[in-house]
Design a protein around this ligand. Sequence first.
Ligand code: MN
Length: 419
Amino acid sequence: MSLKRSWVQSANSAETFFPLNNLPYGVFSVAGGDPRCGVAIGDMILDVSAMERNGLIALSDGPCFDLPFWNKLMRLGPKVWQDFRNQLTAMLSEGTDNEATLSPYLVPQENARLHMPLRVAEYTDFYASKHHATNVGTMFRGAGNALPPNWLHIPIGYNGRASSVVVSGTDVVRPNGQTKEPDADTPSFGPSRRLDIELEMGAIIGGSNALGQPISVAEADAMIFGYVLLNDWSARDIQAWEYQPLGPFQAKVFATSISPWIVTTAALEPIRTSPPPRETCLLPYLLEPKPMLFEIELTVTMAPPGKAATVISETNYDQMYYSAAQLLAHHASSGCAMNVGDLLGSGTISGPGKSQRGSLLELTWGGQEPLTLDTGEIRTFIEDGDTLTLKGVAKGDGFCIGFGSCSGTVTPAPKFPRN
Ligand code: MN
């Protein structure tokens, strides 16, 4: 597939993140206006809420875009998703005579503020990169016992909090928490001193299953509405003290950032790819009937306050051991009910190389090997005022499918009230 041309001229370059091939879904507002649903095209946003109100789009009996979230479209299912995408593609294609009708509904992206694109129902985070699990395991248990015995058989996950999910650009308040130094007898309470990122992709679920009714990997793949970049901010010192025996809790519930544009699975179809070779055969309920990963180039930058950003990691989503469809099928394998608007984090995405690690924990090897940024600052973990940004782009034949960016600036921990 090559670049699809549009009468929106800025959508026709090989470098734009938002050509007609992409059409990602977001929620935006302009000064003085309410948030509404929009679709990115070139450097513009098409206001589909206003188009629907004026009768230019009709997808179901009732309005689909009257609320500032995409959940209503998700609920209508894959046939309507495709119908909507076909309508948009037809209306925006070069050579059609829609420019005069639709130009009033185009808003420059530079004038818009972006909001949460969906109402997150529930949030679950996984641990699906073998390179990440191996790095972390090597640090804590030694190279001989790096991967837990279950890891090659089961996608490891934990239930997070939907309330913690925020859109890119939202400040991240450093958490207070309980920590214990290795040589201390008792724990103490205060601001986390090992605040970290986790470079992840988030899969957005557009379907549901009844409680007690599992779903296959193929059904799971068809239920994924789209993907976002996701930063699972993590307090390593809080995590180290609290995580046994039930897993992360306060270390990961203070903020999870997502990028503002939902890139649909439909847009990613041309760049499907298979996971790396399996080391051991998966159980039948986890086998994928077709390629279910995507080649998405991922970058992390770190910028001290007022300073330029330094690239600290470059990797690719195609390095994951388990796809989002496998995570979803596993999640429902017990009969757990999944819902429209559920968000599944992939787990930290690390590649095999040192510069491909998706967390500071790995990049600095537990804080033992500090990073020197291009601006001269030295970092082991995140300091107040630092801005961390994830970027993602998939490359097609002469076009890009961009995710935009997922950014957050860390602000100081609140003074904790004493009784
Ligand atoms: Mn995570």
